[in-house]
Design a protein around this ligand. Structure first.
Ligand code: SF4
Length: 327
């Protein structure tokens, strides 16, 4: 089956900030990422802030240009941003933002904003447009009469439903959701996650789900990629990642999420903060914080390799004959 989305060797570099005392350096925000996403599949990206997951999400939509590497959608190369071909393709690929208030225009009514993509792509007008907007509002749990309101007249959860309705308007095949619930109250988060999951199941939309919240990711994703300083350090099915994490970083992240009915006994506390991406540690970038590190970890970069069918990890302890050091 042709993957809906494929990324090969993706790299995104930025110039770091120059200060009085330091020269600017190049920051590799995303570093040699390969991935595929099948139609209808949900792939989660997790990691601490600065891991490059949001940059990667924008690159997959062609919004952030790759310094190196390629993205293809439905077997064809991603067109250049703002080209007519890219604008046409955007109907099939939509982004759900973290902050719905910032993503909405305060001067336009909800109905106008949900209908906007339909007008831009010439998909509906007049009465058909009104009908489609009402149907989309009902689909995401809003009442059509709320369409006359402005963004500030809605709650945070309702505003995120508006963003989702607008993203669904063009019947996309791919949704990239960047921390879609992190700005919402905990009580509302579950409602929005359930809504996304139901919509995804009903319409078979493929989804890239970016989040630092592993509980949410476990709830919605088929597959999970764990990122650290711009690289994928482990990728596996959601069930495997949460039941049998292999990489020491994944083990620490997963240990901070209690399974239903379990306490946080055995939690692995990560040492320190993630390093500044402009000053990437040598060898395995995780080695200054890794309790399992061996001397070669500070020298050799571990490759992301298969550790089992459909599982990949980048760790010297996993990618050589088992030494018994893997806890
Ligand atoms: Fe830890 Fe070494 Fe594995 Fe990196 S390669 S995760 S430092 S054991």
């Amino acid at each position: 089956m042709t993957p809906l989305l494929k990324a090969e060797g993706l790299v995104r570099c930025y110039e770091g900030q120059k200060t009085l005392f330091k020269k600017s350096g190049t920051v590799r925000a995303v570093d040699r990422i390969d991935l595929t996403l099948k139609p209808g599949e949900t792939l989660g990206f997790v990691g601490e802030s600065g891991s490059g997951k949001s940059t990667l999400g924008r690159m997959l939509l062609g919004i952030d240009p790759a310094t190196e590497g390629h993205v293809s959608f439905d077997g064809k190369p991603m067109p250049q941003m703002y080209s007519p071909e890219w604008r046409a393709l955007r109907a099939q690929m939509q982004l759900v933002f973290q902050d719905p208030l910032a993503a909405l225009d305060r001067r336009l009514t909800i109905a106008d904003q949900i209908g906007e993509p339909l007008e831009i792509h010439g998909l509906a007008k007049g009465y058909a447009l009104k009908e489609r907007v009402s149907a989309l509002m009902e689909q995401v749990g809003l009442r059509p009469e709320q369409g006359a309101r402005y963004p500030h007249e809605l709650s945070g959860g309702q505003r995120q439903r508006v963003i989702i309705a607008r993203a669904l308007a063009t019947s996309p095949r791919l949704l990239v959701c960047d921390e879609p619930v992190s700005a919402l109250d905990v009580s509302i988060q579950a409602q929005v996650v359930n809504l996304l999951r139901d919509l995804q199941e009903d319409h078979g939309i493929a989804m890239v789900f970016i989040s630092h919240d592993l509980k949410v990711v476990r709830n919605i994703c088929d597959r999970v990629a764990v990122m650290y300083l711009g690289r994928i350090v482990e990728e596996a099915s959601s069930d495997e990642i949460f039941a049998y994490p292999q990489h020491p970083y994944t083990k620490a992240l997963v240990s901070s999420v209690p399974l239903p009915g379990q306490s946080l006994q055995g939690r692995i506390l990560l040492k320190g903060e993630p390093p500044n991406p402009a000053h990437r540690p040598s060898g395995c970038a995780f080695h200054p914080r890794c309790s399992a590190a061996i001397p070669s970890c500070a020298i050799d970069v571990p490759a992301l390799e298969n550790t089992a069918p459909k599982r990949r990890a980048a760790c010297h302890l996993l990618n050589k004959p088992l030494s018994g050091k893997v806890a």
